[in-house]
Design a protein around this ligand. Structure first.
Ligand code: C5P
Length: 221
């Protein structure tokens, strides 16, 4: 039946930003509301899938029927993703911070009034999407997202092969559109696969989610 097209499938989704602590009160993060990832989780659950949603710090309610695990950092997100395997489909929507502070201070770093600034050394975070692509438990359909500001399809196509994903959903966050995408309720995406690119019109994030779930159901049915 049309509404249960993902019945029996396990869909694993990451969403939101990660927070990488500098000290107990400060962190590094990417801009992400989590709305698109949560909308995809909701649509997957509506389609009858078992949904594991690994969420960074966001202010959103858990969609009905979704199993949610909250995390803070990229390394925690990576660990929870691995715990949730195996999955038939993984959709990595989270805006994971590429770098974390090399050292995390146990106490709040204080201004000493001299105008001196503390050094901030960074180190690379694990790439969850690329790690999953190499995993012995690689999901049968592995989907990444790519927020781009220019040459969207070219960058997404390169990212698809570089990270070993099956599809990359690219969204245009350039200019004033970017401000409305991040935190906003509409999105304009292009789905890049091995066989080409499908451009969807601008639409509410719920409709983008439904369109992506529809393409997934067509692919794995
Ligand atoms: O390279 P970029 O960060 O633009 O790639 C975006 C895609 O990779 C998204 O699907 C995002 O969730 C995923 N990603 C990840 N782990 C990272 C960085 C990005 O899973 N450390």
């Amino acid at each position: 039946e049309a509404h249960r097209r993902l019945f029996g499938k396990h869909v694993l989704i990451t969403a939101g930003p990660t927070h990488e602590p500098i000290d107990p009160v400060r962190y590094i993060a990417n801009r992400s509301s989590g709305k698109q990832g949560f909308a995809i989780a909701a649509a997957a659950a509506e389609a009858g899938a078992r949904v594991s949603l690994i969420a960074g710090p966001v202010h959103l309610d858990t969609p009905p029927g979704v199993e949610r695990v909250d995390v803070e950092s990229a390394r925690e997100m990576m660990a929870e993703v691995e715990k949730a395997l195996p999955a038939d489909v993984a959709i990595m929507v989270a805006a994971v911070a590429d770098w974390r502070a090399a050292d995390t201070a146990g106490q709040k770093i204080k201004k000493d009034g001299s105008g001196a600034v503390p050094p901030l050394a960074l180190m690379e975070n694990p790439d969850i999407l690329a790690t999953l692509a190499q995993s012995p438990q690689r999901p049968g359909l592995l989907i990444g997202f790519a927020a781009e500001t220019q040459d969207i399809v070219e960058h997404a196509t390169a990212k698809r092969t570089r990270k070993g994903a099956d599809w990359i959903v690219a969204n245009d966050v350039s200019g004033p559109k970017g401000q409305s995408v991040m935190g906003g309720d509409t999105n304009t995406v292009q789905i890049v696969t091995a066989s080409g690119t499908e451009s969807l019109p601008a639409m509410p994030k719920g409709q983008v989610a439904a369109a992506i779930i529809d393409r997934i159901a067509n692919e794995i049915a």
